[in-house]
Design a protein around this ligand. Structure first.
Ligand SMILES: *[C@@H]1O[C@H](CO)[C@@H](O)[C@H](O)[C@H]1NC(C)=O
Ligand SMILES: *[C@@H]1O[C@H](CO)[C@@H](O)[C@H](O)[C@H]1NC(C)=O
Length: 223
């Protein structure tokens, strides 16, 4: 090998090594960051909470109630603000309001142990996160039936750190409800087929009512 050839080979080798080291550094950085699959909504995702139109408002109006709900998404700080009024007078103590996100393709949460809900600000009311694993069936008269919702409730007593209020919601802690009532003997949540998620407030038979507001920073999945 002549001198020139050796120099070029060395330069090439050094070049490759520099690129390889850079790649390794980038890979390490990406590993340190959240795996994209584990961030569902909010500040750890690219598209945050998507758009306000993606969150369908579902309230007790479907049963003749007067509760209200509204979703405001801030793209700047990637928060979702869920607020409204929980009315219990119209339906004699009952009442609920929710915002529901339907996934385009079912979410596969197999292997996920818990959802981590990060709260930006809140009042002292109790809220719930619902997971749905099947679309409601349509009855012969064309009306949509309800589907079982798997509910995780969190109130002021749920553990928060001072600043970033984080709520750890184990998948095993999502309990089945059908039209607001606990279902015994329901099939376990099919974690490989999550078709919708919703944020909800309900009266728990007149235990809470009135104006409410909850601002969320993120929902992440934890293995
Ligand atoms: C869900 O993910 C698990 C683990 O990655 C995989 O084994 C399973 O086939 C997936 N299920 C569906 C319905 O995609
Ligand atoms: C769970 O959902 C997957 C994906 O749709 C489906 O293949 C599977 O049969 C479901 N499991 C049960 C127990 O329903």
């Amino acid at each position: 090998m002549n001198g020139m050839g050796w120099t070029w080979t060395t330069a090439l080798l050094v070049g490759f090594m520099v690129v390889a080291v850079q790649c390794a550094v980038v890979a390490e950085k990406q590993k340190a960051m959240l795996h994209p699959d584990s961030a569902l909504f909010g500040r750890n995702t690219h598209d945050g909470w998507r758009t306000e139109r993606d969150w369908a408002i579902v309230t007790d109006a479907v049963r003749g109630g007067s509760s209200t709900a509204k979703v405001v998404i801030s793209p700047r700080d990637k928060t979702l603000y869920f607020s409204g009024n929980l009315d219990t007078t119209t339906l004699g103590g009952a009442g609920f309001a929710s915002a529901r996100f339907n996934f385009d393709a079912p979410l596969n949460l197999t292997g996920v142990r818990a959802l981590l809900i990060t709260v930006a600000s809140r009042d002292d009311k109790t809220y719930a996160l619902n997971l749905v694993d099947s679309l409601p069936e349509t009855s012969p008269d064309g009306r949509k039936q309800s589907a079982i919702e798997y509910k995780f409730s969190f109130g002021p007593e749920s553990s928060f750190s001072e600043k970033n209020a984080e709520i750890y919601a184990p998948i095993s802690g999502f309990v089945p409800y059908y039209r607001g009532r606990r279902v015994e003997n329901a099939p376990p949540l099919n974690t490989s087929n999550i078709v919708a998620i919703s944020i909800m407030i309900q009266s728990y038979f007149d235990q809470q009512k009135g104006d409410y507001s909850l601002k969320l920073s993120s929902i992440d999945a934890r293995k």
